[in-house]
Design a protein around this ligand. Structure first.
Ligand code: GRF
Length: 199
């Protein structure tokens, strides 16, 4: 199976996924990283880890649709079976989502459907939640919304500050995302409407 990772930033999930493949835990090939930001640190990680990297910058496209058409074209030419969003800071157009229906994954640093959107870790922390966590889900046309694959919570004890919480969230992400990708690659995920069955 051929995988592509889309990322815009730091890329710690990208590294976790590449390592899981390199260690043989996920039996698939990461064919490329697509990045939309020229200065993103994830691009350096890709070069260091020997993953092909493709920079596609929105400023060269007339519309979001044109941009996504270009991405879909690249993904098709690389014969990609699964698209993995890992800190990818753009909302996919319906065209993109339809082109890879139930073949796009995302990770979110909160227990969806709570704290959708940006700054979720801080928002959960600030509102005094006793629990927060990580969600891996299929991507549909709505933001942070598609069928949930894996979810794990973290208890927020009062001695834990925001920085420590962020570290714990990311550590959990680096465990959960490779696990979810492995389930997909091993064809163990069955999607029925909004429910994902692990077989
Ligand atoms: C992660 O917290 C992920 O849940 C969210 O964006 C962040 C990306 O972090 N979607 P990184 O770039 O993988 O380090």
């Amino acid at each position: 199976m051929n995988l592509a990772i889309l990322a815009s930033g730091r890329g710690s999930n990208f590294t976790a996924l590449v390592k899981a493949v390199q260690k043989g835990r996920i039996k698939a090939r990461i064919k490329l990283l697509i990045c939309d930001k020229s200065k993103a640190f994830v691009r350096k990680r890709a070069r260091k880890l020997g993953i092909k990297e493709c920079l596609v910058e929105p400023k060269y496209f007339k519309s979001r649709l044109d941009f996504d058409k270009k991405l879909v074209k690249i993904l098709r030419s690389e014969k990609i079976d699964l698209v993995i969003l890992a800190g990818y800071m753009r909302i996919l157009t319906p065209y993109f989502v339809k082109s890879f229906k139930n073949k796009i994954l995302n990770i979110h640093p909160a227990i969806l459907p709570d704290f959708k959107g940006a700054n979720s870790i801080k928002r959960a922390f600030d509102c005094g939640c006793k629990l927060t966590g990580v969600t891996v889900h299929f991507v549909d046309e709505k933001v942070d919304h598609g069928p949930i694959i894996l979810q794990e919570s973290i208890a927020l004890k009062k001695e834990v500050g925001l920085v420590k919480l962020e570290q714990r969230i990311h550590k959990l992400e680096h465990k959960l995302y490779p696990l979810a990708v492995k389930l997909f690659v091993d064809k163990r995920l069955k999607v029925k409407k909004r429910k994902v069955e692990i077989i």
